[in-house]
Write a protein of this length. Structure first.
Length: 196
């Protein structure tokens, strides 16, 4: 199935293309403008983007909203993860702010959350959610991944590596986005099999 991904984030496009194969994921056309993410939840923001892109393109669309929740910060930055250090902050600035605000001797637990919204122009909507629990490292490590990956140590592996130190297949197997994408792919396989 051909799907449009409602994002301008090349990292997410590359990651989701691999996770959702054999479905074809197309980038959002440059002329389509996405509305501001004003929702209070990941699901609300994913739907805002997916609905707008489905209306604009006339295609089936998926949109991702994801972020990191730090226990020591009461779940922040949450839906503000991409703008934690300001509206035009870089990944590095957002990560630096998180490392400053989470006490080095305090609660270092973090969780990645991803919600993928599927929206068709005819009106069908579905949500798929994935989580990954971990702890925050003291310093960024690794060159893979993006966003908060250099300081996110997934609990599941138990070897102390950050998400940025994993290869893409290792990351996809345990990540929040990987889990949400597999749930979406399973639903697509059941309801819309890929033509042979």
């Amino acid at each position: 199935m051909r799907l449009v991904l409602a994002t301008r984030n090349e990292h997410k496009l590359r990651e989701l293309r691999e996770l959702l194969s054999p479905h074809e994921l197309e980038p959002l056309p440059p002329e389509v403008r996405l509305p501001p993410e004003t929702g209070e939840t990941f699901a609300a923001n994913a739907l805002i983007k997916a609905r707008a892109a489905a209306r604009a393109t006339g295609s089936a669309v998926i949109a991702d909203d994801s972020g990191i929740a730090a226990a020591a910060l009461g779940g922040r930055p949450g839906v503000r993860s991409a703008r934690f250090a300001g509206e035009s902050a870089t990944d590095e600035e957002n990560l630096a702010k998180l490392l400053r605000e989470v006490p080095s001797e305090g609660d270092r637990r973090v969780a990645y959350v991803c919600v993928l919204a599927f929206v068709e122009p005819a009106g069908e909507e579905r949500l798929f959610e994935g989580h990954c629990d971990g702890v925050l490292s003291d310093q960024p490590r690794g060159t893979g991944g993006f966003g908060y990956d250099p300081a996110f140590i997934p609990e599941e592996l138990g070897d102390g590596r950050t998400m940025a130190e994993l290869d893409p297949h290792e990351k996809g197997a345990i990540s929040h986005r990987g889990r949400a994408a597999r749930a979406l792919a399973a639903w697509l396989a059941d309801s819309r099999p890929v033509a042979a």
